[in-house]
Each structure stands twice: as C-alpha cells, then as structure tokens.
Design a protein around this ligand. Structure first.
Ligand SMILES: [Zn+2]
Length: 531
C-alpha cells in the first residue's frame, strides 16, 4: 500500500514531515518524497492519493476503562444530558423500551454542569422508573445513584454498614438516599445479572470499531477500584485474540490487589505478543474531586479533606515488591495531598531499589499538584505522568466549586512538561468521550466543549498542538516500552496510521474537536474509512 501527496507528520525527529510512505504487509517499510516512494509502486499495490491531507501515527489511549465501557455499551449515555431534566428524559426513554424488572444502567452524568446543579437521589429515579432497578454513574465513576428497587436487589438498607472504602449516603434516620460512593457501588455491580460471553465479545468488537473511527489503534485498559473485573477482562482479551478478533493493541492492567499472585507466577509488565500485553498493576491513592473523595492538603470549599483510599503504607509495600519483580505500577492520584504522598513514596522506592523497571511506573491523573511536588517528581528517574485533558473541560465548574482559587494547581500540563516529565494523554472513557480530538482541543484551548471560558482557563498551562499530539502517539509508545515498533511513522515500525480530514496543525484550535478521521490503518489493513 502506498500513500502519497500528503503532509505526513511522522513524530520521528530524523524526518519530521514527509510526503509519502510505503506499507508492506503490516510494516512501514519506506517514507520519503512522492517521487521516491512512487518509484517503488508495483501493479498489485493499493495506491492512495492523500490530496494534501495530514497523516499521523495512529493514536494511543493510555488510560481507558475499555472493558467496563464495552460491558455497558448498551447502557444510557448520560454525558449528553445537559440538565437534570434531560437526565430524567433519558432514563424515562429507556424505561419505555424495557420490560418490568429489567436493569437500567447509565453512565456519565455531570450534575455540576447542569443549570439545576442538583444531585439526583433514589426518589427522583423512583418517580421515572418505579418498576425497574436503576443505577446511574457520575462521569468520574466515583459516585453513583441507585433507585429503591436497585438498592433492594443489592441488599442495601438502613442497617447495611458502609463497606470498606465505600460510603452509603443516608437520611437522618439512616435510610439510604440512593447516593453511593466508591466501593459501595460494587454492591450494585454484584447484583446486576452478568452478560453472556457472546454479548460481551460483540460489545468489545463494537467498542473497538468505534475506537478505529476515532483513530485509536492502541489502548491501555485500566482496572477500576476493587479489581473485581481483573480475571474477566484479561480472559476476554485473550479469547478475542485467540479468535483473531482483537483488532487493537492492548496493554491490560492488573488489579493492585493481585500483586502477590502476579509476582508468584512470574508475570512481568510488557509480556505478551504484538496485540496483547500485560500492563501495569493499578493502585488507588484517593478518590475523585467531583465526589470530594480526592485527598487534599487543604479543606475543600464545601467539604473536608477527602480521603486516602488505599493507605500509602500498603501501596508502598506492594509497589516495592512489584518494582523488584519487573512489574510496573500505575497509581491513581488526584488530590494535592495524594500526589505529595505518592511522589515521596516513589522517591523512597528509587532510593531503596536503584535498579529502575524496564517500563516506567506511572502516576495517573496528577489532577492537582503543588509546584514543589512537581519539581520533586521531575527528579525521579522513572515516572510517567498520565493526564486526561478531556476531563479538564468537564471539570472546570466542578473544580472552581471544590477548590476555589487553588484551581491554578489543577491540570498543570505545561508545568509537567517544563519539569521534563514524560506526559501521556488519554480519555479515561467512559468517564469522558474517547475522542482524542476533544482531548487535544481541551489541552490546547483549555475550554469547555461549548468554547467557554472565552479566553481559556489558566492558559499558562496550555499545551501546543504538537505537544498534545505527542501525548497520544510517540510518548505512550516510549512509556509502555514499545517505541521500537510503535509511536512514529518510521521504517520498520507497525503500519498503524491515520489520515485526518483537516490539518490539525494549522486549523483554528477551537475547530480541533470537530476533526474527523478519514482513514485508519491498523497492522497494515484499512480498518476504518469515512463513508
Ligand atoms: Zn480511570
């Protein structure tokens, strides 16, 4: 296959921009000028005239809850409910399509951006769906709201104690309000009937197809708190791979709770084949700012300090063991207190074990961090920062309500780069829309999807388009130990490339979120073409 007459931004310093490339089988074998590459054409080749369009290495989403996203692929998408009323309408709509007693699950509501700014409770959902169990998850996945029937099926009543690391919100008399935080949500998950393997696999294939249409061909599938889905997700990815249906390159993360098991059987991060590899062990230092469970140095404007989810001492002992065994870790850390503690933890680990892992450890989100801690983090030998710019545009109002004038310490993407830290970008879907162009738009303009605030939000932390694109291409390849085969358009690497319908480097930044993919090539095959 030959692509010519394009603006090929290779992400390779040897030849940053070129016109044409040649793919044989699943590899890029040559890049260069139109004349040089066209001279290599043979009659059996597919020849594609790019007509001046931009080509990039295909995107990596470095933090996506792909498995959970696929499981809920048929659930209600509440990220497009822009008011309390629209949320109610979306749930009501589902009720009319389902039989009595069938579960209704929804994802992605963001009450802090609704004009009503009101958290739903069980009674609101009971009014709309009296005969169906309902549970809807907030966009950050740290909080959900269940109706009375769902609470009943999950066995959650006035006398149910809060589970460890979870909270059941209650009325004065102890009766649950329907609002569940952190691991209390697993009581609901346990009560929802499981899907058949056939549905799970067909949903995973649908989800992969959607990612191809967004230019994504590599992912890091990340575990949620509690690690309940660890074995199921890894099994499902392996079975799809055996059936040649895994059309994506995937690092599957493991639950931190399984550190000892992983060490005892000798697993190492990066083990696997070209499509499926063992990823990082996932730990949680704290919760989320929207649920006020992120762990803060100073009190929230409207709440206490949040909380550590797993104690730093427990994380540290697991990470020390994993570090010595070739297992890299990713630690979810949002609040400025959590980030201070986790940076100090990695300092101690690097001191006690000077041998660095072959694939760097990661801190996930780094959503609020003080400059002095970021500076310390920049001194670490082997840390990647993993940030979610799509979240930024969702979080502006919530963060101002939660931390007021300390919002300058949140989403400090430019300071991360200024401290010479590797920065990888991702969607955290289903927390946010998986579209990388929305992420690049957010990182560059620091605006909501409706282009507010007009001048952007803390613009001193804005990235350039080039920096944001690197966060979805070459940076993740380096961070996950696959830079010899992925991340840039370089001869010898896998032919995972995308063709954009507009020039991302010259377009008005507000328009970046509207860019569409024309063609996605994965492993040398066209897997998506805009009709
Ligand atoms: Zn996540």
């Amino acid at each position: 296959m030959i692509f010519y007459n394009g603006k090929i931004h290779t992400q390779d310093e040897q030849l940053p921009v070129t016109e044409a490339l040649l793919i044989l089988n699943n590899k890029i074998v040559q890049v260069g000028s139109n004349t040089a590459i066209q001279a290599l054409a043979t009659p059996d080749m597919t020849i594609i005239d790019l007509k001046g369009r931009v080509v990039l290495p295909a995107f990596t989403d470095s933090h996506i809850h792909f498995y959970e996203w696929a499981l809920n692929y048929d659930g209600i998408d509440l990220s497009t409910a822009f008011s309390f009323k629209e949320m109610e309408e979306a749930v009501a709509d589902k009720v009319t399509n389902l039989g009595k007693g069938e579960w209704i699950l929804g994802n992605g509501f963001n009450e802090s951006d609704w004009p009503e700014n009101k958290m739903p409770d069980r009674y609101d959902l009971d009014r709309i769906a009296p005969n169906n169990p309902v549970c809807i998850w907030r966009c950050d996945l740290h909080l959900g709201v269940a109706n009375s029937l769902a609470l009943k099926f999950a066995g959650i009543g006035s006398k149910t104690p809060d589970p460890p690391d979870g909270k059941i919100e209650r009325e004065a008399d102890g009766k649950p309000t329907g609002v569940l935080r952190e691991l209390a949500l697993n009581l609901i998950k346990d009560a929802v009937p499981s899907l058949s393997e056939k549905i799970i696999f067909s949903n995973m294939v649908k989800a992969m197809t959607e990612l191809h249409s967004l230019g994504i061909t590599s992912i890091q599938d990340v575990r949620l708190m509690g690690g309940l889905d660890g074995a199921d997700s890894l099994q499902s990815f392996q079975k799809l791979n055996e059936q040649d249906r895994l059309n994506i390159r995937c690092h599957v993360s493991l639950p931190g709770e399984m550190t000892d098991e992983a060490i005892n059987i000798g697993l190492r991060t990066g083990y696997g084949d070209d499509r499926l590899k063992i990823g990082h062990l996932k730990f949680f230092a704290d919760g989320g700012m929207g649920a006020r469970t992120a762990w803060m140095l100073e009190k929230y404007v409207d709440a206490e300090y949040g909380m550590p989810l797993t104690s730093v001492k427990d994380i540290e002992s697991a990470v020390s063991k994993a570090d010595g065994a070739g297992l890299s870790v990713m630690v979810h850390s949002i609040g400025d207190r959590a980030n201070r503690e986790i940076v100090s933890m990695f300092e101690r680990i690097e001191e006690t074990n000077p041998e660095r892992p072959h694939i760097p450890h990661r801190i996930e989100h780094v959503q609020m961090i003080r400059p002095e801690d970021l500076e310390k983090m920049g001194q670490l030998q082997s840390i990647t920062t993993s940030c979610q710019p799509n979240n930024l545009s969702l979080d502006i109002s919530m963060i101002e309500m939660a931390v007021g004038d300390k919002s300058q310490y949140t989403y400090t993407l430019k300071s991360i780069l200024n401290n010479k830290l590797p920065l990888i970008l991702s969607s955290d879907a289903p927390v946010c829309d998986p579209n990388p162009f929305m992420g690049i738009f957010s990182a560059v303009t620091r605006k909501r999807m409706n282009n507010t605030p007009e001048k952007g939000w803390h613009m001193e932390q804005a990235l350039t388009v080039e920096e944001a694109v690197a966060g979805y291409t070459i940076a993740p390849a380096i961070a996950s130990g696959v830079k010899n085969v992925l991340g840039s358009i370089t001869p010898g690497k896998f032919a995972d490339i995308i063709v954009l319908d507009k020039d991302i480097f010259s377009i008005d930044p507000e328009q970046i979120k509207n860019i569409k993919i024309d063609i996605t090539v994965f492993d040398g095959q066209i897997v998506y073409e805009k009709s």
